[in-house]
Design a protein around this ligand. Structure first.
Ligand SMILES: NC(=O)c1ccc[n+]([C@@H]2O[C@H](COP(=O)([O-])OP(=O)(O)OC[C@H]3O[C@@H](n4cnc5c(N)ncnc54)[C@H](O)[C@@H]3O)[C@@H](O)[C@H]2O)c1
Ligand SMILES: O=C(O)CC[C@@H](O)C(=O)O
Length: 313
């Protein structure tokens, strides 16, 4: 009989489940409702989530045996870290697993917004040949502003440099010489806004970063700037972005993430100059395989009281 019980509420790749099963009993309740989670969470020593499950103070209050919450992925904005601390529950994530996948999707969104690839494809599927309408622009020699020069921001910067873009980096938590070492030209927020042809966001959603790209920020940007975001919807004020698209200040936006998910068919989602994907930055078999391995290993280590690599709280 296994000593520990682990609950999965957003699924996990098989390789991760196998690691957990070597030390614990695993219950896979993918898609469980918030109410049903409150009913059963008290039975478990560990809870592993992705972004869908909200690990609220009520969950911690009901989770009498819980020792660790594992986030298969990076962002922990769906986990109440204050409540975790008060409940003396460890929170771990798997921050290295998805960097490449998110960076590659970001490049895809960037290419999509400069060449209008999704709309060109849609018109072909309507039997049209609108060659003259699809005059885009190059990435070559354009300035890319990377907001958040951490793992994903740097991975995007490296890929952008292969396209011979000039890369500005804004990250108040990283010294300028470190941004330079990581391959970016350090910039203040306002410099980045003023000089970039494309701005891409790679920051966590925190009280500080919520609504960072707002009406004031859009006003400071170049006319015709393009915006890409595969971080969190909340870092952009979506009403301000829509207004900037409607006035032409922003020529196009590529968005993987939304303030409310799923957003439904909002004016932003249906705007002709917006390319959307349904929060799939980390949704590759490679990233999910790595995330499953890393989070399962880390959660087992937490249960065993071993040294942790990715303790968030
Ligand atoms: N679309 C997806 O599926 C997907 C997948 C993984 C991660 N993400 C998002 O991407 C974010 C970044 O991931 P990462 O692995 O690069 O994290 P990271 O911690 O390596 O990098 C984030 C960087 O943002 C900086 N930062 C924090 N607050 C800032 C602020 N207010 N202004 C400017 N910079 C700020 C930090 O100093 C850090 O260097 C995650 O927090 C997550 O929300 C999305
Ligand atoms: O788990 C997901 O579906 C998204 C993951 C991603 O946004 C993250 O922060 O790791």
């Amino acid at each position: 009989m296994s000593a520990w019980k682990v609950l999965l509420t957003d699924g996990l790749e098989e390789n991760g489940i196998a690691i957990l099963r070597a030390s614990a009993e695993v219950a896979d309740k993918k898609g469980i409702s918030a109410d049903d989670l409150l009913q059963i969470v008290g039975d478990y020593d560990a809870l592993i989530v992705r972004g869908r499950t909200k690990v609220t103070p009520a969950v911690f209050a009901a989770a009498k045996n819980l020792k660790v919450v594992g986030r298969a992925g990076v962002g922990v904005d769906n986990i109440d870290l204050k409540a975790a601390k008060e409940a003396k529950v460890t929170v771990v994530n798997s921050p290295l697993a998805t960097t490449v996948s998110v960076a590659e999707l970001t490049m895809g969104l960037m290419l999509s917004v400069v060449r209008d690839i999704p709309r060109a494809d849609a018109t072909m599927k309507e039997g049209k040949w609108l060659k003259k309408e699809f005059e885009g622009s190059e990435l070559y020699k354009k300035t890319l502003g990377v907001i958040g020069f951490g793992r994903i921001g740097v991975a995007v910067a490296n890929r952008a440099k292969a396209f011979e873009m000039d890369v500005l980096g804004y990250d108040p938590l990283i010294p300028a010489d470190e941004i330079q070492k990581r391959g970016g030209t350090p910039a203040t927020f306002d410099e980045l806004l003023a000089k970039s042809d494309i701005i891409t966001m790679h920051i966590p959603l925190t009280p500080d970063s919520r609504g960072m790209l707002n009406a004031d920020a859009f006003a400071k940007m170049k006319d015709g700037v393009r915006i890409v975001c595969a971080a969190r919807g909340g870092v952009i004020d979506e009403d301000a972005l829509l207004h900037a698209l409607e006035t032409g200040k922003v020529a196009a936006a590529g968005l993987d993430v939304f303030t409310a998910e799923p957003p439904g068919l909002t004016a932003l989602v249906s705007h002709p100059h917006v390319v959307c994907t349904p929060h799939v930055g980390a949704q590759t078999m490679e990233a999910q395989g790595r995330a499953a391995h890393d989070i399962a290993t880390e959660v087992v280590a937490a249960l065993k009281g071993e040294t942790l690599r990715w303790k968030v709280a």
